[in-house]
Design a protein around this ligand. Structure first.
Ligand SMILES: C[S@@+](CC[C@H](N)C(=O)[O-])C[C@H]1O[C@@H](n2cnc3c(N)ncnc32)[C@H](O)[C@@H]1O
Length: 231
């Protein structure tokens, strides 16, 4: 099947995500493998927001998938801080065009994200806030416009979980470089986790050096295996 050109990030000659299963893929790789619902509930019960880090905001597809995933759960009064980064931000209209393929399933969530995203000026580097008020609670997205290592170093608190989603390591080795993943490990709580779609040996080695014990899980969307790490 030909990939529509608007799905390809021309900076890396790589798709933003799997075309068919992108919401299910996020659920499996990043949500279920990280026991996300239980951990969000536990942090919120303790009076703390659950803190997510992400390398590669792209179209915001994982944030949309997360809104759907929590909406379908029994969790309410949820408080999440979601720190992400994007070096090459797309326009709101392109975000809408890409995500619109999922409208039947997550129309309200797409509109919430795109509305918030068009309210920020992505020509200005540094932190931007996207307030996603949902029936189940709030996701406060803090999006860093700039390079991933800058964002990780600018974090004022460690994350409970990291979604590592910055294109394949062959197409974009920079977002998997050991220096960056070491900084990710340093900004992860003890008992925190990370997850990614790639099991490439360079990525595994850098994550282990960053303090993560790795586990392979069954893959999806054409990937045999995916990775999860425990700090
Ligand atoms: C696979 S794509 C987006 C995935 C995103 N989570 C989604 O589902 O739409 C990875 C994103 O990382 C961004 N990116 C790549 N290298 C980066 C870097 N060094 N710093 C910040 N962002 C980067 C790319 O521009 C791209 O938008």
């Amino acid at each position: 099947m030909l990939t529509p050109s608007y799905l390809v990030n021309e900076k890396f000659d790589d798709r933003y995500f799997d075309v068919v299963n992108a919401l299910d893929e996020a659920q499996q790789i990043h949500f279920r493998n990280n026991d996300l619902l239980e951990r969000i509930a536990s942090a919120n019960r303790a009076g703390k927001p659950f803190v997510i880090g992400e390398t590669g905001f792209g179209t915001g597809r994982i944030a949309v998938a997360l809104m759907e995933y929590i909406k379908m759960s029994s969790l309410r009064d949820v408080a999440i801080e979601y720190y992400s980064v994007e070096l090459y931000p797309i326009s709101p209209s392109r975000m809408l065009a890409i995500l619109d393929g999922f409208r039947d399933r997550v129309g309200a969530e797409i509109d919430a994200l795109v509305d918030a995203y068009q309210g920020i000026d992505t020509s200005i580097p540094g932190w931007h806030s996207l307030h996603l008020r949902q029936p189940f609670g709030t996701i406060e997205v803090k999006l860093w416009i700039g390079e991933a290592l800058e964002m990780v170093e600018a974090l004022e608190k460690p994350c409970d979980v990291w979604f590592l989603d910055g294109h394949g390591p062959k197409k974009n080795p920079s977002i998997w470089r050991p220096e960056l993943l070491l900084a990710v490990g340093q900004r992860t709580i003890a008992g925190g986790t990370c997850s990614t779609f790639t099991v490439a040996s360079a990525v595994r080695n850098a994550l282990m050096a960053a303090g993560f014990t790795l586990k392979r899980h069954p893959g999806c969307g054409g990937k045999k295996e995916v990775l999860q790490g425990l700090k």
